[in-house]
Design a protein around this ligand. Sequence first.
Ligand SMILES: [Zn+2]
Length: 83
Amino acid sequence: MIRLRCPVCGEEIAFNFKGGREPVGGLYEIVVQHRNHWLKVFIDRQGVVRRAAPVEYFVVVDPPKYTLYVYEGGIEIREEGVL
Ligand SMILES: [Zn+2]
């Protein structure tokens, strides 16, 4: 379990994270949504949070304008209402 204090609102956050492949540069770089804001969290191989920074200018559109579909053969981006 990863725990950190949100750098935006100051609340305590806890989430599960299992590292997969060897991280680039020795740190896992993950983006976490917390309430209506987003954070970039850097975690080392031991599961220690090294740095957390707000993701600025991340616009949440509701309903989403584009949807990303991931298939075994590739990725497709679809604009809502357009098939
Ligand atoms: Zn927060």
